[in-house]
Design a protein around this ligand. Structure first.
Ligand SMILES: [Zn+2]
Length: 307
């Protein structure tokens, strides 16, 4: 194949993938790799996080910047696989950096995975527990121009995963989210954000403790370009609030439930848990961070690391 034909072939392949991206389904997920070869890769997501096997390490926290801003130009859409909050190109975008991330990552969108019952729904599993819902905040490394481009690089994307725990009482922090989602029952329906939505309210209280590992997108094309950040602390959602998600429809008008990928093998990867330093390691951390001084009962000054 000469170079011109090869370029045409690549373009056809690209358009074929766009068309077929509308047609993949969770029911046939074992076959995704036939159309998207990366789905058969060695660094796939989601995975089980066994807390007995994670490596505890201390390193800088992930900084969330602009997560308290009110989103003004974003919109929600039912894309047939999930409900997505998409930030418009001219929106002032929240971003994250720190942790094990290689650069600054700008928020692109937020979407959800959920089950038909409370026994399943989350993609990641912590020990033996599947939660009824998982939120994914998808970020693109700023050094790449588009999300599509960032999928081609191992440091292209960072996804922050928040697991949701079903409870009896309504979580008032999710009210505005639910107010939007109730308008998205039909496939392809969308609605602009019309109430003041602040993303910080969707994160758990403790964002300093998290699991992180190298993985992939959990939908085709399953690009192995994702640094995952998964919080062990969950966010509450009531049974009634979950019901609004379970009323949404797919393209074929079936109920949109169980939109999660099956667990993938860890293979040679390891999962790191960011945790605070032990007393023994405190001294070495103090050498890297400016110390502060606090007076304790002993009336002596003690060096305390800044976190
Ligand atoms: Zn997702």
């Amino acid at each position: 194949m000469n170079s011109i034909n090869y370029k045409i072939y690549l373009k056809l392949l690209y358009f074929a993938q766009i068309v077929s991206s509308q047609h993949w389904s969770y029911e046939l997920q074992d076959n995704w790799g036939e159309d998207y070869y990366q789905c058969f890769g060695e660094k796939q997501s989601p995975i089980t996080i066994n807390t007995d096997e994670v490596i505890q390490e201390y390193f800088p926290a992930v900084e969330f910047v602009g997560y308290r801003n009110v989103l003004e130009k974003s919109y929600f859409v039912n894309n047939g696989h999930s409900v997505k909050l998409q930030l418009e190109p001219d929106e002032i975008k929240p971003y994250i950096f720190g942790g094990k991330l290689n650069g600054v990552y700008e928020l692109d969108s937020l979407h959800f995975h959920w089950g038909h019952s409370n026994n399943n729904g989350s993609e990641h599993r912590i020990n033996q527990i599947h939660y009824p819902m998982e939120m994914h905040f998808v970020h693109r490394n700023q050094k790449y121009a588009t999300l599509d481009e960032s999928m081609s690089y191992p440091d292209g994307i960072a996804v922050v995963a928040v697991l949701c725990n079903a409870v009896m009482d309504r979580n008032p922090k999710l009210n505005i989210l639910i107010d939007h989602i109730m308008h998205l029952k039909k496939f392809n329906s969308s609605i602009s954000v019309y109430l003041p939505l602040v993303l910080q309210s969707l994160l758990p209280t403790d964002i300093n403790k998290f699991f992180t590992y190298e993985g992939s997108l959990t939908t085709p094309p399953c690009s192995e370009s994702v640094t995952w950040i998964v919080f062990p602390e969950t966010v509450d959602i009531s049974h009634g609030q979950l019901a609004f998600f379970r009323k949404l429809q797919q393209m074929n008008k079936k109920r949109m439930v169980d939109n999660f990928r099956n667990l993938q093998k860890l293979n040679s990867r390891h999962i790191t848990l960011r945790s605070l330093p032990t007393r023994r390691s405190t001294f070495s951390f103090n050498r890297r961070f400016y110390p502060t001084y606090t007076r304790h009962k002993s009336s002596r000054f003690q060096i305390v690391p800044i976190f």
